[in-house]
Design a protein. Structure first.
Length: 219
C-alpha cells in the first residue's frame, strides 16, 4: 500500500491511497465467507458454498463490492497511522479507480485536530488588581454564615424583629376557613416580609402560645 497526504486547510486533509490487488486477498476471502452464509444454493450448506459457485450465482461484482467495503477502513486506518493524522470526524471516501486483479485507488477527506503553537508561559506576566475588602462586606458574609450555621435557642420573652417563630396559620373569609388555607409548624423569621402582608406586624410583641387575628390579601 502506498499513501500520500495533502493538507487542504488547518483542519482538513486528503489521503490518497493506492493498494495492490494482492493486498486485498484477506478481504476478498472474508467477502466470500460472508456471502456464503447469506445465499441459498441447492446442494450446498450455508457457509460452505465454493467461491466459483458464488461468482456464478451471485456475481463477481457483488463479491468485489463487499471486499472493497471491508478493505477501505483497514487501509484508511493504516494510512492515518502512517502519517500520524489525528482524525476528528467522519471521513469522506471517494474510489478513484478499481481494476479487478490489479489495483484499488481511493481518496479520503477527513477533519483533523489543528496544530496549536503554545506561547512560552515563563515569559507571560499577569497583573491582578488588589481586592479592597470593606468592613461592611465582612459583616455581610459573617451574618450569612451565622444564618446558615447558627443554632436557634428558645427565649422567654415577646417576639422581636429578627426572631424566628414557629407559627400556625388559619385563613378565614367571613368566619369560614378557606380550603387549603391552613399551615402548621412554620418556622418564620419575623421582619423578613417573606410571607403574607401583615404577618410581621401581627407577630411583633406576641408571646409563646398567643394568637392574633389580622387582615391580609390572599393571592
Amino acid at each position: 500500500m502506498k499513501s500520500t497526504v495533502e493538507t487542504l486547510s488547518p483542519t482538513r486533509v486528503r489521503l490518497t491511497i493506492d493498494v495492490e490487488f494482492a493486498e486485498m486477498s484477506k478481504h476478498l476471502s472474508d467477502a466470500y465467507k460472508k456471502i456464503s452464509t447469506q445465499v441459498n444454493i441447492p446442494g450446498f450448506r450455508k457457509g460452505k458454498v465454493p467461491a466459483a459457485m458464488i461468482d456464478q450465482r451471485v456475481g463477481r461484482g457483488t463479491v468485489l463490492d463487499e471486499a472493497i467495503n471491508l478493505a477501505l477502513p483497514d487501509f484508511y486506518g493504516q494510512a492515518a497511522r502512517e502519517h500520524q493524522i489525528l482524525v476528528i470526524g467522519r471521513p469522506e471516501v471517494d474510489i478513484k479507480e478499481f481494476v479487478d486483479n490489479e489495483k484499488l485507488s481511493f481518496t479520503v477527506e477527513v477533519s483533523v485536530r489543528p496544530e496549536v503553537a503554545l506561547p512560552d508561559f515563563s515569559k507571560i506576566t499577569i497583573k491582578v488588581d488588589d481586592v479592597e475588602v470593606k468592613e461592611a462586606d465582612i459583616a455581610e458574609q459573617v451574618d450569612a454564615l451565622r444564618a446558615r450555621f447558627g443554632t436557634l435557642n428558645v427565649v422567654e420573652r415577646a417576639i422581636a424583629t429578627g426572631d424566628f417563630a414557629t407559627v400556625d396559620l388559619v385563613a378565614r373569609i367571613d368566619g369560614e376557613e378557606v380550603e387549603g388555607g391552613t399551615a402548621s409548624g412554620i418556622s418564620y423569621e419575623v421582619g423578613s416580609n417573606r410571607m403574607v402582608d401583615g404577618l410581621d406586624e401581627a407577630l411583633a410583641g406576641l408571646k409563646a402560645g398567643a394568637t392574633k387575628v389580622f387582615q391580609t390579601q390572599l393571592v
